[in-house]
Design a protein around this ligand. Structure first.
Ligand code: NIG
Ligand code: FE
Length: 412
């Protein structure tokens, strides 16, 4: 099946040569072709160019994109999309004055979600999660990471990752999974955090590796959750099973997790709402991708990741949703791109680069996703008729997506 898209008002993120990420000043550039065509053969981008010199192409289906923009699908490199129930009550508690950390201390938060998940059957968990996956596909996400971490027992962590794996088979969206056993200390291990880490390493990890359920490993490195030493143990254990780190760090406090992540060649360090000059220096020493989660900042009312400090230090930055029931009950990458511009002073070019090519790097998908490049997977967003790409973040909260193509198939 060949699909030819013609009369594209502007084809965005055109990278004829494969690149793995864009850093610093380069993030300000978003290469494009105005008045373009693009052809998809099966599930891949076969070619593209200007309408002025379009060759003769045989095709099975034509999409006329007059007035519309085409761009690579969003890559959401950090989500907890598989979860049970919701935390609406904690939302109201926060409105009434409690902080996220105070709620967690009272037994709410992550362990609250874990309790619900443990009581939920695999089938229900799958059905609830599938609805969310279909929702984010309609919102333009073409590749997604899904973490465990609301199980906190071997059985429940396995259940979460099996559900994530089954979701992969349901739709042509690309899914990567991350084992986050070290998300919070479960009640059974209260007061014995170190023993829980040992339990993760000796009990959970071998089983997860045996079933090949995870691509990456994660830990919530934060005061009141897990320490630097715990983070080192988890990252080292992950490496022994070939799992790179993608870690939660610097959400509320800078305790040195970025240095640890970079030293252990973590693929990404995520959150960074609090970021010291030393952290920036450590990021400069490695290849670890910093990932910002602005819709988490919006929902919790916490600081936004200082994007300018990162990009102006000639570093790359990626954007993701953090879709989860506690801190970000939204998987909308369009909103994330808007918030990056509105609240983090990123330009539309920087935000789109951060949500496509740099986000692909954070999932080791740079060779196949994140740009309009020959041979890459045909995961595309066709917008509604809009004036220009700056309109995407500008018209925040508006759905500007007309059609979504995943793996060369029109999804909507
Ligand atoms: O990335 N910070 C740690 N984990 C999630 C939130 C977990 C929760 O509140 O359920 C996050 O924000
Ligand atoms: Fe998260």
């Amino acid at each position: 099946m060949k699909i030819l898209i013609t009369n594209i008002k502007e084809l965005l993120q055109v990278r004829p040569k494969e690149i793995s990420k864009v850093v610093g000043e380069e993030m300000k550039k978003l290469p494009s072709i105005k008045n373009a065509w693009l052809v998809i053969n099966q599930d891949k981008i076969e070619g593209f160019g200007s309408m002025e010199n379009m060759p003769k192409i045989d095709y099975d289906k034509e999409i006329d994109a007059t007035g519309k923009l085409v761009l690579p699908s969003w890559v959401d490199s950090h989500t907890h999309l598989v979860y049970a129930g919701n935390r609406e009550q904690e939302f109201v508690d926060r409105i009434n004055g409690l902080t996220y950390e105070e709620i967690a201390k009272k037994g709410g938060g992550i362990v609250n979600s874990a309790k619900k998940l443990q009581e939920t059957t695999e089938e229900t968990l799958f059905n609830e999660s599938l609805k969310r996956l279909e929702e984010v596909i309609r919102l333009g996400t073409g590749a997604i990471e899904i973490k465990s971490g609301y199980g906190l027992t071997t059985e429940a962590e396995l259940k979460m990752l099996r559900v994530a794996k089954k979701l992969k088979e349901k739709h042509p969206i690309t899914v990567k999974t991350t084992f986050l056993g070290a998300h919070a200390v479960p009640p059974e291990f209260q007061g014995n955090r170190t023993r829980y880490i040992t339990h993760i390493i000796e009990e959970m990890l071998p089983k997860i590796a045996e079933e090949k359920l995870a691509d990456y490993i994660d830990i919530f490195c934060e005061d009141g959750y897990f320490s630097i030493e715990d983070t080192e143990r988890i990252l080292t254990a992950g490496k022994n099973y070939g799992l790179k780190g993608k870690i939660h760090v610097n959400q509320f406090n800078a305790i040195g997790g970025i240095k640890t992540g970079v030293e252990h060649q973590a693929l990404s360090v995520d959150h960074l709402e609090v970021l010291t000059d030393d952290d920036v220096e450590h990021l400069k020493q490695g290849e670890t991708m910093p990932v910002a989660l602005p819709s988490c900042s919006l929902f919790l009312g916490i600081p936004y990741t200082p994007a300018r400090k990162i990009i102006d230090a000639n570093l790359p930055l990626a954007l993701a949703t953090d879709y989860n029931p506690g801190s970000t009950p939204s998987g909308n990458m369009n909103l994330v791109v808007s918030l990056a511009c509105i609240k983090m002073n990123m330009t539309p070019e920087e935000a789109i680069n951060a949500a496509t090519i740099n986000a692909a790097y954070a999932l080791e998908l740079s060779n196949t996703h994140g740009s309009i490049t020959k041979g890459k997977i045909a995961n595309l967003i066709i917008t509604k008729e809009i004036p220009s790409y700056g309109f995407l973040p500008y018209a925040f909260g508006t759905n500007n997506i007309d059609q979504v193509i995943l793996g060369g198939k029109t999804i909507l």
